[in-house]
Write a protein that binds this ligand. Sequence first.
Ligand SMILES: *[C@@H]1O[C@H](CO)[C@@H](O)[C@H](O)[C@H]1NC(C)=O
Ligand SMILES: *[C@@H]1O[C@H](CO)[C@@H](O)[C@H](O)[C@H]1NC(C)=O
Ligand SMILES: *[C@@H]1O[C@H](CO)[C@@H](O)[C@H](O)[C@H]1NC(C)=O
Ligand SMILES: *[C@@H]1O[C@H](CO)[C@@H](O)[C@H](O)[C@H]1NC(C)=O
Ligand SMILES: *[C@@H]1O[C@H](CO)[C@@H](O)[C@H](O)[C@H]1NC(C)=O
Ligand SMILES: *[C@@H]1O[C@H](CO)[C@@H](O)[C@H](O)[C@H]1NC(C)=O
Ligand SMILES: *[C@@H]1O[C@H](CO)[C@@H](O)[C@H](O)[C@H]1NC(C)=O
Ligand SMILES: *[C@@H]1O[C@H](CO)[C@@H](O)[C@H](O)[C@H]1NC(C)=O
Ligand SMILES: *[C@@H]1O[C@H](CO)[C@@H](O)[C@H](O)[C@H]1NC(C)=O
Ligand SMILES: *[C@@H]1O[C@H](CO)[C@@H](O)[C@H](O)[C@H]1NC(C)=O
Ligand SMILES: *[C@@H]1O[C@H](CO)[C@@H](O)[C@H](O)[C@H]1NC(C)=O
Ligand SMILES: CC(=O)N[C@H]1CO[C@H](CO)[C@@H](O)[C@@H]1O
Length: 579
Amino acid sequence: MFPLPSLACLACCASLGAGRDVKTFVNPAVPIDVPIPGNYTGDLRPQVHYSPPQGFMNDPNGMFVDANGTWHLYYQYNPTAVVAGNQHWGHATSQDLYHWINQPIALFPPEERVYVFSGSCVVDVNNTSGFFPNQTNGVVAIFTLARYFENGSAGPQTQAIAYSHDGGFSFQYFKGNPVIDSTSTQFRDPKVIWFEDHWAMVIAYAQEFTVGVFTSPDLKSWSHASNFSYHGLLGAQYECPNLVKMPVRDRVGGDVVDEAFVMALSVQPGAPLGGSTTQYFPGSFNGTHFSPWDSATRLTDFAKDNYAAQYFFGVTEGSNAINLGWASNWQYTQAVPTGTEGWRSAMTLPRANYLTKATRIGWIMVNEIVDPSPVLEDVPLQLSSWEIGSNSSLTPPSPLLIDYSMVDSNALYIDVNVTSINASAITGSSTLNLTFSSPASGESLRSGFYFGGDTPFFVDRGGTRAFDNILFTDKFSVADVWNTTAGTWRFQAVIDRSIYEVFIDSGIHAGTITFFSTQPLTVLSINTTALPKGTEVFVAVWPLKSAWKPFENEQGIVAGNTSALHRKGKRYMEYDPQF
Ligand SMILES: *[C@@H]1O[C@H](CO)[C@@H](O)[C@H](O)[C@H]1NC(C)=O
Ligand SMILES: *[C@@H]1O[C@H](CO)[C@@H](O)[C@H](O)[C@H]1NC(C)=O
Ligand SMILES: *[C@@H]1O[C@H](CO)[C@@H](O)[C@H](O)[C@H]1NC(C)=O
Ligand SMILES: *[C@@H]1O[C@H](CO)[C@@H](O)[C@H](O)[C@H]1NC(C)=O
Ligand SMILES: *[C@@H]1O[C@H](CO)[C@@H](O)[C@H](O)[C@H]1NC(C)=O
Ligand SMILES: *[C@@H]1O[C@H](CO)[C@@H](O)[C@H](O)[C@H]1NC(C)=O
Ligand SMILES: *[C@@H]1O[C@H](CO)[C@@H](O)[C@H](O)[C@H]1NC(C)=O
Ligand SMILES: *[C@@H]1O[C@H](CO)[C@@H](O)[C@H](O)[C@H]1NC(C)=O
Ligand SMILES: *[C@@H]1O[C@H](CO)[C@@H](O)[C@H](O)[C@H]1NC(C)=O
Ligand SMILES: *[C@@H]1O[C@H](CO)[C@@H](O)[C@H](O)[C@H]1NC(C)=O
Ligand SMILES: *[C@@H]1O[C@H](CO)[C@@H](O)[C@H](O)[C@H]1NC(C)=O
Ligand SMILES: CC(=O)N[C@H]1CO[C@H](CO)[C@@H](O)[C@@H]1O
């Protein structure tokens, strides 16, 4: 799904590629059966976030984890340009959600001017579809096919399926498509889950502000079961609904006491901050009907660069849900300066989710960073702690300056705990700030937290200068009503060349912020002011290892799971069972 039918004009037709029963349309500029090579060395290219090898990426699609623990990410992909159009499903796999292997494109358009829009995948372990007579790892993809007429206007969006006998690497279109027919030009993004004894799909009637729930015994025949209409923010369209089961915990980081469902629903355009955003509703699902617990609208992020997140199918029963979102915004995604490096858009970091009650505001879906240890260097760059007002050797540095210019990846993980806070002595000017800057250009990215007053956490990307766009909003903030009784507050973040991702108060709030500086930011300054006497501050800053570098050849190119890996030898085989 993308806002305008800005489709690349395709030169000629070939009938090669994925489909055996149904032939696919392959643009001659798009390689078949090999991963597209990528150059991940540019100054703006994230090193621990997924981004496509070349071209334009938007929504995550089809995400599932297989029985071997391999995470599969598919994504809306234009392999031929750095703007949206010509939609395919790109594919990447990972063992740890940080190191990704670019795989061959998984889904090609079935015919000229019919594009493969967003959708989901399931593992049909019980052969309910009948596609898998001899295996338990059969994968079925369920997605929207969007037709465009020769004159460029949009035609119907119908729902189709394709099946994979090789665990999700290659697919064949089902002969009986569409599985849900429609004449609507605004009916898309099916997300399918298994519920007790049947399949359940949520799908957007985008401009009717309705999520349809459909059910099926076999993934082929679908019945409309209910509508979830006019909830929360409308913007101008609903897109990419997700219905996901997750644990309910007794407190942040606490024990599982129950499980419940979350309906996540993306809105674009028309978000309160402009462009794209994602809201969610905690509630109950009985196999046909979703009932939100209350009438509140909640957002997954407080900034502007997390849209259309999808939740992995196949996560172990009872464990946290896992999602990845698209780290951009339709307002400016097709103009950001990464286009000069030959790519546009990254995914967010992997996030783990559960429901709990946060201080005063009640039900919230926590967004925790998935354990980043696979990309942490062995030795931290900085470990510091100090106590405010103490006359010990642990006096507060003013500020604590961390030069990370020698960190090859230019990427950091930051973990800050503030403890023993005497809340009664907090004032409106009690703050902890983190500022990243470039001594070479004077650019900066600022962030910080006010412990008192309205308790805002803020980010200001206005001090970076490589992108000037009227819709590229500078400043974001969120009120974090922290637990003054516990007297502790935690902050975690990853800065990764052109993405800053923050997890506030153990993930009660999260924000993904893209930023574009003319020179790499290389100095982090951490400072506090007016914190009560006795407050303790613990800071750990870890250099991050590039997740791409191990796969680079001598020219710095990541070719996917082919020649470069062979040359590098066995060491990297662990990342791909298909190798
Ligand atoms: C990779 O991209 C960087 C930055 O755009 C560029 O300087 C470098 O020449 C590219 N490398 C290759 C092999 O194309
Ligand atoms: C797991 O890996 C083995 C060995 O590579 C392979 O035969 C099997 O099909 C894989 N299972 C799944 C569920 O993909
Ligand atoms: C597969 O079948 C088992 C046994 O009937 C059932 O418990 C399970 O829910 C089914 N799962 C799927 C995804 O079909
Ligand atoms: C899977 O379904 C097909 C079609 O219904 C059937 O022919 C086949 O026997 C099934 N296989 C198993 C193992 O149930
Ligand atoms: C484009 O073509 C379709 C199909 O022929 C037609 O229904 C539609 O009215 C045309 N739109 C315009 C703007 O000409
Ligand atoms: C569900 O909503 C769609 C879109 O508004 C509408 O076309 C359909 O009639 C509704 N179905 C029912 C049963 O209300
Ligand atoms: C699910 O909830 C709906 C609406 O409350 C109700 O009509 C339906 O009977 C319920 N289905 C089951 C299986 O409980
Ligand atoms: C706040 O902290 C207190 C003391 O640790 C604890 O009892 C309470 O459950 C916490 N509140 C929430 C909402 O987590
Ligand atoms: C943090 O930044 C805010 C906003 O610029 C400023 O008011 C505050 O004094 C700063 N605090 C520290 C410790 O630098
Ligand atoms: C850090 O905060 C102290 C007050 O606690 C202030 O005097 C100092 O100027 C601040 N340093 C920076 C770089 O903001
Ligand atoms: C912050 O607290 C968490 C939870 O207790 C702990 O795992 C983490 O290591 C702490 N970080 C620092 C920098 O002390
Ligand atoms: C591993 C295996 O035998 N796979 C076969 C399962 O059945 C399908 C459909 O008949 C074949 O295409 C696969 O080769």
